[in-house]
Ligand binder design. Structure first.
Ligand SMILES: Nc1ncnc2c1ncn2[C@@H]1O[C@H](COP(=O)(O)OP(=O)(O)OP(=O)(O)O)[C@@H](O)[C@H]1O
Ligand SMILES: [Mg+2]
Length: 910
């Protein structure tokens, strides 16, 4: 045994968790610390009497099911007597596993220490902490003990704060106090960051009352641009980290940002999250430190290294311990896998048994599964146990399953499940007492339950991480449901038990993730003027959490800078670093530099396509594969044949017939990463009519809900490629086709056909950023109804509905490529007529530098057989046109797509 462990284990203990009514402690030698945790059931009354008589301390715990013996150096657990499992002895563990077993024992022990009734602190009236006129902004007249502990720090202090509190302890009201201090006391703005867009909605609703009281609360979210004036005027911004960072990177809001005095960061422990942590770290690295003009108030779940994070922020740590309810977690242990099916069945039986135990006494149960398929089978099994006739429901009959389950109080929830919101509502309203869900519900959504059962230790085939389990556990016993006690379970097999016990005892620790995306953050700092030299870059690195956690090697930053220079995002002159236009574009659009690199490199390898079909297919495919967020969207099993069919038909659903569709492969149909995105983009490009009705729920056999994530993410990357046309950093064909696709995907509900991109661009410019959503559809519909195909109409009065003033409209007309005439000759290309556009000529895969002169020479060819030449023009504002087959993108081709019927209220009439 290592000496450190020996020191820790110097005290002889014999701690038992038992579910055996015959349990006895007769044989324990004197001087050993004996303790027992056992069920509070009546059949254990004699056992408890025996323990009392022997002077052995014990805790009687409701719903107790674990059996384990923890001695000084070893721990031995038994399989749990639940779901028909025969309780047998598991293998003993020593070392870390044994130590974790001791800590776990201590946790239940402390949790169930009887509290004398008069020890429970009373709620405190808010007026004790805050000026009387603040009370009307607070949702409760009293503060709970956790809030009362934090309030003086929030209201009287000025330093940064890191407040840790268990789930459900009421951190929202703590954030409110920090915000009110900034707005009402200091006359400054505040920003409140949350990790997910759904949470901005939730918080926005909670702050609705503030609007009635005259505070200007602006929610920054949505796929469209924000209304800059409203944002500038706001007192409080509610935003996701991504959206807030986008604002930090935009030039238009710099002055407003300077007025922000307080930054509330909800769930600040997500600093350690692999996906979103880095961005938050970069943001906090800018404002941390004692002389910062912005006060950080971080609200966090209980994390084991909170002190380390607080030290990095130079924040005061307020670690609250009061919890609104007490949650007992246990690890029901099943035999190690004896095959996939048997293992699944066992887990299901355990879930059914535990669910029954809690619902039988009026509790509600939330079951988390690792896959949608497990959600369905588990819901079905629970429903069957409750007597629902689910065996008559066909495996793919979702509506049938939904109905059968609902009749016995069981609901389902997973990402693309049509009835998920109804399920959430029913569960919250207690019309259902069981909700079986995938992990998607765990993050954030306030769904209280008495018991939480985590059925699987993997999600979508990947091992589940500790923080996710803790987050799921946090749903149990939420006070919101009037509960004061909760139970959480993670079903493990005997080989996993010690490891999970160790992980859960250690809890969630925050570790920096910024190294994975270092170039992105360096670039963002250069954009914002905080890094101008290599020395600055190194000084910035020192401010990060990564550095504070011991990553003090400077090489990663130097490598990041070199990468950015190689990629054309930065230039280095002597010691000076300057951002290029490409760098600015990339940082503003929040495109990851690694993704950008993959996209440009892969596209650069493609031969120049010969027609729009080929071009759209190639671009869609590369985007789907090179952008990780798109490549990673899984194809749900039931829609695999549909996805394969759509790809085979090139997205033209009119060409899908019985003989061309891919059928009968079911779950065997294999799909490659990116296939869903590829199919989605092809559908938008080739079958735009599928998107014209808000009632439609399926396109090409694929539910729109499944396709939706693609349409949310893809436009940003398409727009990034399109904007590079004028910079000459991608081949002109890519910029032109991406521009058209970008607009068509974003406005897919207007069913725009090929070449509609320019007209949509014009409508967007006339609508201005603030009115896109309302004005663009009207302008577009009325233009199309009048036979307008492109923005090439002659100057005159601005159309009805145009938001630009006269001068703005006149300027817009001047900034079109309308008056340019392009001609590709044998040796060079000529551009005549217009002004203000940049021309680029190409031969095969090589293209010339952007120029404003009228004659552009083709570049020398890289490959001998590259004979195809062409020329394109781009304007800074976003218009374009090009020769050859790219002319298809000058205006809407009426043969391809007949114009949709107009639904006009106002429009382009003169
Ligand atoms: N002072 C109070 N009096 C009564 N109810 C309160 C009080 N503070 C909070 N609550 C209620 O407690 C519940 C949990 O509050 P809140 O969502 O703020 O917790 P949280 O700590 O942010 O939890 P999570 O970690 O899940 O985000 C809510 O239903 C809220 O309405
Ligand atoms: Mg919260």
């Amino acid at each position: 045994m290592p000496p450190a462990l020996a020191a820790l284990e110097s005290r002889p203990v014999w701690w038992c968790k038992t579910v055996d009514p015959g349990f006895d402690v007769a044989a324990v030698p004197a001087g050993v610390d004996v303790r027992v945790v056992l069920p509070d059931l009546s059949e254990f009354a004699d056992t408890r009497d025996r323990l009392r008589a022997a002077g052995v301390p014990f805790r009687a715990v409701r719903h107790w099911l674990e059996q384990e013996e923890v001695s000084t150096t070893t721990a031995t657990a038994w399989l749990s007597d639940v779901g028909g499992v025969v309780p047998e002895r598991c293998e003993s563990v020593v070392g870390e596993g044994a130590r974790a077993a001791r800590l776990a024992f201590e946790m239940v022990w402390d949790l169930h220490e009887p509290v004398p009734a008069d020890d429970v602190p009373d709620p405190v009236p808010v007026e004790r902490f805050v000026p009387a006129d603040w009370a009307r902004f607070l949702p409760f007249p009293v503060l709970n003990p956790a809030q009362a502990q934090a309030a003086p720090h929030l209201v009287d202090g000025d330093s940064h704060l890191l407040i840790t509190a268990p789930t459900g302890a009421g951190k929202t009201a703590m954030g409110m106090l920090a915000v009110l201090k900034a707005i009402l006391h200091e006359g400054r703005k505040a920003a409140w960051l949350v990790p997910q867009r759904s949470l901005t909605d939730e918080l926005d609703r909670e702050l609705e009352a503030w609007r009635d009281e005259g505070l200007r609360v602006e929610r920054l979210s949505g796929e469209y641009a924000v209304d800059v004036e409203a944002v500038k005027a706001a007192d409080l911004w509610v935003a996701t980290t991504e959206k807030f960072e986008a604002i930090c990177r935009a030039s238009s809001l710099q002055a407003a940002l300077g007025e922000v005095g307080c930054l509330v960061v909800d769930e600040i422990h997500l600093l350690g999250s692999p996906n979103r942590g880095a961005l938050l770290e970069a943001l906090l690295a800018r404002v941390r430190g004692i002389d910062s003009p912005v006060r950080i108030v971080g609200l966090s779940a209980t994390v084991s290294n909170a002190a380390e994070v607080a030290e990095w922020l130079e924040a005061d740590l307020v670690a609250t311990t009061w919890r609104p309810s007490k949650v007992t977690w246990q690890l029901p242990t099943i035999p190690a896998a004896s095959g996939f099916t048997a293992n699944n069945r066992l887990r299901e039986q355990v879930v059914i048994d535990l669910t029954h135990r809690h619902t039988a006494e009026g509790g509600s149960v939330l079951v988390f599964c690792g896959s949608k398929r497990n959600v369905r089978s588990t819901a079905m099994a629970i429903a069957a146990e409750r007597g629902a006739p689910v065996h008559t429901v066909a495996p793919d009959d979702i509506d049938g399953l939904t109905k059968a389950c609902a009749e016995v109080g069981v609901r389902l929830h997973y990402a693309d499940y049509e009835h998920k919101h109804a399920a959430e509502r029913a569960f919250r309203a207690r019309q259902a007492d069981v909700l079986v869900a995938t992990s998607t519900v765990a993050a954030g959504v306030n769904l209280p339950a008495r018991a939480v059962i985590v059925r699987d230790v993997s999600i979508g085939g990947e091992p589940i991480d500790t923080s996710t389990v803790l987050q799921m556990f946090g749903r149990a016993g939420r006070i919101g449901a009037g509960e004061t006690e909760g139970w959480s379970y993670l079903v493990v097999d005997e080989t996993q038990r010690a490891d999970w016990q160790t992980r859960l005892v250690a809890g969630y620790s925050v570790y920096s993730r910024i190294r994975d995306s270092l170039p992105d953050h360096v670039l963002a700092e250069v954009l914002q003027g905080r890094i101008g030299t290599m020395d600055d870059a190194q000084a910035w690195w020192v401010e990060t959490l990564a550095h504070a956690q011991g990553d003090d090697d400077l090489e990663p930053v130097q490598e990041a800078v070199t990468f950015l220079v190689d990629e054309g995002h930065l230039t280095m002159t002597g010691d000076r670093l300057d951002i290029t236009e490409l760098g600015r574009l990339t940082a503003r659009m929040m495109v990851s530099t690694h993704t950008g690199h993959r996209l440009r490199r892969t596209l650069g390898l493609l031969p120049v396509p010969h027609d729009p079909d080929e071009a759209e297919n190639a671009l869609s495919l590369v985007l789907s594969v090179a952008v990780r967020d798109l490549a990673g969207i899984p194809v749900p099993e039931p829609v695999r044949p549909a996805v394969a069919t759509v790809i085979k038909a090139g997205g033209k659903t009119s060409q899908i017939t019985n003989t061309t569709s891919v059928k009968g492969l079911g779950s065997q149909t294999s799909t490659a990463p990116g296939d869903l995105a590829w199919a989605a983009l092809l559908l938008a490009a080739r079958s735009p009519h599928l998107f014209d009705s808000p009632k439609r729920r399926v396109a090409g056999g694929i539910p729109l809900a499944t396709l939706h994530p693609v349409y949310e993410q893809a436009p940003r990357f398409l727009a990034w490629l399109a904007a590079q046309g004028v910079l000459g950093t991608v081949h002109p064909w890519i910029a032109v086709v991406a521009a058209d696709l970008d607009h068509r995907v974003r406005w897919r509900s207007l069913a725009p056909g090929r070449g509609a991109g320019r007209l949509l661009w014009m409508c967007e410019e006339m609508a201005t950023r603030a009115h896109l959503r309302d004005v663009v559809p009207d302008l577009w519909r009325s233009a199309v109804a009048r036979g307008v195909r492109a923005p090439d109409w002659p100057p005159g009065r601005s159309p009805a509905g145009c938001v630009l003033d006269h001068a703005g409209y006149t300027a817009l007309l001047r900034e079109r490529t309308t008056n340019h005439t392009l001609a590709a000759h044998a040796d060079n290309a000529t551009v005549t007529g217009g002004t203000g556009a940049t021309a680029i000529a190409w031969r095969g895969r090589t293209w010339s530098a952007p120029t404003t002169s009228a004659t552009v020479a083709y570049p020398p060819s890289e490959d001998d057989d590259a004979t195809e030449t062409g020329v394109a023009v781009f304007t800074r504002r976003g218009d374009y046109r090009a020769t050859g087959w790219l002319d298809a993108y000058t205006g809407i081709n009426t043969e391809d797509t007949p114009p949709p019927p107009a639904r006009t209220r106002r429009g382009l009439g003169r």
